[in-house]
Structures are given as structure tokens and as C-alpha cells.
Design a protein around this ligand. Structure first.
Ligand code: MG
Length: 373
């Protein structure tokens, strides 16, 4: 690993773990965090959770697992150029979606709606809850006992009300401070990854067409470049060549603009970074083009009628499961049943949030189809 800049997170400035542990052998503390995340149950479930398309719709679409790997890849290469902590961005990237419900945003909205009277549901907060509480594999503590900086990066957003209950990781939302540069970077790598792979999956599924995308400036510009170099290229390769150029433009722009911001502010420590405005950022021009692409995806992909049909089913499945378990807690598996009565709704929410797409569909069938067991 190249030498780190002094405002990167490193062993000299980490706030450490909640429970003291013997130092790791042969790997750093943050590498240990990454390893714990990869070995967690919630991480394996990412393979069967989706963002836009439901798992059974096709084998080639992104799942939350492949998405998280793409985020980690992008974040690591930028971290390396900026001499930030690659292990930390990798750990945050791999963990950032652990708290997602089945069925992407539809599932999350439905669960939040069901939980309105019981403190609501936020997927960021749930990701933190997974690594802090829900993973139960160590003898001495609940959760994975990750370093403060990894937990800080996982909690991207949080309401003020929830921030007050969270102690150390909640503080920055109350004091209006920023997280480490590594956390800022993982956040934007997430954006680069999903914008680009949603274009790819959207085209592959036939919900989007190249003609439509040719009206979006960042796609059009890169597609023209490819066609100039390869006038006879077939459609599938044209898409890949365009997307890989888009990713590269975004990565280069992010690296350049962030370097500029950092040079200008000249932070000397992680604390300087936390007190400064966001330093990891796109240039204004690229930011505008990213927004245009996002808006296009919202209108043409996320709100496409075929996606909406599945979204509608997903919402019903989550709501049906929630109400069934709330009305009859004996339907829950034993390990969820003996939690305290006042936590009933949170217990049900944890159980549902942990489900993969296919498990939720199966569980729904088992509970509601008379001939299913
Ligand atoms: Mg993500």
C-alpha cells in the first residue's frame, strides 16, 4: 500500500473499537474489519438481494453483492491515487448495503411505512445495526465490533432524532460535521457504480433503449467517441465501451476535483477534514451531467411500468409479512420470538429486513398459501 497522507485514517488516529481486543496479527485493524464483513451472514445474503430488478428476473443483473464489489473496486482505485486508506474504503464499500431489505427501495419504503409508529426504518441505520448488534458470531460481544471509522462510513445519513440515540457515530449529524475522506469517497463510488450499472441493466432488460440514452449528454458524448473509433461496432459492445468510458471519466474527474479541493484547504489531520466542507467531490460540470443521468434513470427505469408492477408486489409482500408477524408473534422463528415484548415491532422489522428476495417470496407463500408448507 502506498504511504498514506496525514489526513487519511490510519493506525495513529483511529478511535478504535467499542470493545477492546488484542491487536490483529499479520493484518491491520481495518483489514480485520473488512474480513469480518466478508465472513458475516448479512454479506452472503447480498447475493440474493436486488436494487432494481428482482432476483428471479435474470442471472445477469446486478445484485447487492456484485454492486458492493463494484463500489469497492472504484473506491479503492481512487483511494490509491489520493493516498487515502484503501482498506477502510474497501470495508465501508462492502458493508454499505448490509441493512437493505429485500426488493430494493420498494421493500424499504414498505417497511418504513409499517414501522412509522415504531421509530421508522432507515436502511443506513439498519446497516449499522447489522454490524453493531444483529450479527451474532463472537463470544465476547454482539455485532462485529468494527472500528469507529468503518461504522462512521456505513452511517451515511441519519435523522437527528436517531443520531441522538447513537452516541459517537451519531455526533457528526448533530454537530454538522463531515466524515473521513474515505467515507466521503465510498459514498461517491456508490453513485458512480449504480448510475452506470443501472444503465447497463436497463439496456440489457430492454426497459431502456440506446436511442433514449442518446439524449442524455454524458452517455451521448462517450457513445460518439466509441462510434468514431469503431463505426461498425455491434450494439452490445457499443454499450460496454460507452459505459467503461463513462466510469473512467467520472473516476478521473472525481480524483482531479478532490485533489484540487484538498490542496486548497490543506487539511493536516482527520479532524481538519471533519470540520471542513465535503472535499471529495465531482467538478460542477460532471455533477450536472450526473444529475441529468440520475433524473433520466428515475423517470425511465425506476418508474418504468414493468418495474412498478414488481414494486407493487414487493410492497404487498413486505406489508403482509409485517402484519402477520405483528398479529401472531408465534409465527416468527424461535430465535426472534423471545425478544422483549416492547421490541416486538423492531424484531419483526429486523427479521424482514434480513430476508433475501426469494426468501421473502417463499415465506409469504408459506404463510398465505393454504396448500404451501
Ligand atoms: Mg449502494
Amino acid at each position: 500500500m502506498p504511504e498514506l497522507v496525514r489526513y487519511a485514517v490510519g493506525p495513529h488516529n483511529s478511535r478504535g473499537r467499542r470493545w477492546r481486543e488484542a491487536p490483529p496479527v499479520g493484518r491491520s485493524e481495518l483489514q480485520r474489519d473488512r474480513d469480518r464483513i466478508i465472513h458475516s451472514t448479512a454479506f452472503r445474503r447480498l447475493e440474493y438481494k436486488t436494487q432494481v430488478f428482482v432476483n428471479h428476473e435474470g442471472d445477469l443483473f446486478r445484485t447487492r453483492l456484485t454492486h458492493s464489489l463494484e463500489v469497492a473496486q472504484i473506491a479503492r482505485s481512487v483511494a490509491r491515487s489520493l493516498q487515502l486508506n484503501e482498506d477502510l474504503v474497501e470495508a465501508i464499500s462492502l458493508a454499505h448495503d448490509l441493512g437493505h431489505t429485500p426488493f430494493g427501495h420498494a421493500g424499504q419504503d414498505a417497511l418504513h411505512h409499517c414501522m412509522k409508529q415504531h421509530g421508522g426504518f432507515e436502511h443506513n441505520l439498519q446497516s449499522l445495526r447489522v454490524v453493531d448488534v444483529l450479527e451474532q458470531r463472537y463470544a465476547a460481544f454482539d455485532g462485529l465490533n468494527l472500528c469507529f471509522e468503518t461504522r462512521e462510513g456505513i452511517l451515511k445519513h441519519c435523522s437527528l432524532q436517531n443520531a441522538r440515540k447513537l452516541g459517537d457515530v451519531g455526533e457528526r449529524f448533530i454537530k454538522r460535521r463531515r466524515p473521513s475522506l474515505e467515507a466521503q469517497l465510498a459514498n461517491l463510488a456508490d453513485e458512480i457504480a449504480y448510475n452506470n450499472h443501472d444503465v447497463d441493466d436497463g439496456l440489457r432488460s430492454g426497459l431502456l433503449s440506446i436511442e433514449q440514452l442518446a439524449r442524455v449528454s454524458i452517455f451521448a458524448r462517450h457513445m460518439k467517441q466509441v462510434l468514431r473509433e469503431y463505426p461498425n461496432i455491434d450494439a452490445r459492445r457499443l454499450v460496454h465501451e460507452t459505459i467503461r468510458r463513462m466510469i473512467s471519466t467520472l473516476v478521473v474527474d472525481l480524483t482531479r476535483q478532490s485533489t484540487k479541493n484538498i490542496t486548497k484547504l490543506a487539511p493536516r489531520s482527520v479532524d481538519d477534514v471533519r470540520a471542513a466542507p465535503l472535499l471529495i467531490a465531482f467538478s460542477a460540470a460532471i455533477e450536472r451531467q450526473q444529475q441529468e443521468l440520475k433524473q433520466f434513470l428515475r423517470l425511465n427505469l425506476y418508474q418504468h411500468h414493468r418495474v412498478a408492477r414488481m414494486t407493487n408486489k414487493a410492497r404487498r409482500i413486505v406489508a403482509d409479512l409485517f402484519h402477520a408477524f405483528m398479529n401472531e408473534p408465534r409465527l416468527l422463528p424461535p430465535q426472534y420470538r423471545d425478544r422483549e415484548q416492547r421490541e416486538a415491532a423492531r424484531t419483526v422489522s429486523d427479521y424482514i429486513a434480513g430476508m433475501t428476495d426469494r426468501y421473502a417470496i417463499r415465506e409469504h407463500r408459506r404463510l398465505f398459501a393454504v396448500d404451501a408448507i
